[in-house]
Design a protein around this ligand. Sequence first.
Ligand code: NIG
Ligand code: FE
Length: 412
Amino acid sequence: MQNLFPEKIDTLFINCNIATMADNGISINKNGALAVTGEIISWVGKEKNLPDNFKIKCKKNIDCKNRWILPGFVDCHTHLVYGGSRSNEFEMRLKGTSYEEISKQGGGIFSTVNASRNASKESLFTSASKRVKTLLKQGITTLEIKSGYGLNLESELKILEVIKQLDKKFPLHIEATFLGAHALPIEFKGNPDEYIDLVTHTMLPEVKIQGIATAVDVFCETIGFSLDQTKKVFQKAKELGFNIKLHAEQLSDSNGAGLASEFNALSCDHLEYLSLSGAKKMAQHNVIAVLLPGAFYYLKETRKPPVDIFRKLKIPMAVSTDLNPGTSPVHSMTLILNMACMLFDMTCEEALLGASINGAKALGLGNTKGSIEKGKDADLVVWDIDTPADLCYLAGFNPVEMVMIKGDKINF
Ligand code: NIG
Ligand code: FE
């Protein structure tokens, strides 16, 4: 798209430094300017290249005082609608009980399933709203939320409806993913295939009819579902036109990534135990690797995802909070950026691309979100930082100055 000057401008950012995240890099424009027309970015470039009458012509000029503008963060993997708390399990794990052990004892995901089944829609909405607000205040403008703590038709739909309500209430763009195959509910103990039949033949078609999720995810793992069971869910999901995502190779290598790639998944997520052949399949099918250092950190994992292989095979890496009550109760993208660098040896540039354009690609939104380019949604954050690397380096700091979503300035 040619960088012609727009006829009409609603907001003009001047005196700013811009990290566009376009063209596979941070792509810095120092002493830049950025124009917004309606919901869309209509011009981006050097301020000195603005025509003389431009600042007068524009309704609203914002002097950024040399601050930085980056695309709003995209948090592409969360489970933030849930009931209850798992702080007791956090303490058990500190004393040495493993995540798998807690899960086998009926805790872990199951304890959140109980609490979420018993929670009213209103209380789920209230607790999730607090989490969404926290993310928004830290510059997240696009968010994915998974179901998966209901594990029966009624409760899965309840969670997806809450996600829909959040999308309506908050200015962020929210994508809903159906994760009915997150864990085997107690009432199906010993009959995983029967539960998979319920997910496949009852839940998936109903979710489709109601139009309340765009993607389908599965937890393919020894404590989740087998490769064959995952395949059954994907076959039906594909037939119904859902996007595909997978919790793959988090605790062991089940070859989930290879399977998901054959279904042209948008992303495979976690991937600590990914094999070279799995990675090659991901590369072949343009699947995004979503890395979740919060879960790695909370589970005190030692095996890192194969970042070098992703680099070599040019597999785009996204990073995300994985916000959930068990393995990643992390409410901060900047903390995740820091963890991606410190724990997974990603560069600041890779981490920032992971939280922006590659996160958008993991949601199938690469054409509208995640980078500052003419024609894309005006989802922007003004940061009071000296350099974009500060967002990875200054852990626990939240230097957000302003958030704009689709051309609207957000008031917190
Ligand atoms: O992404 N791995 C499975 N699902 C979540 C954990 C959910 C939970 O423990 O409640 C994850 O880590
Ligand atoms: Fe997850």
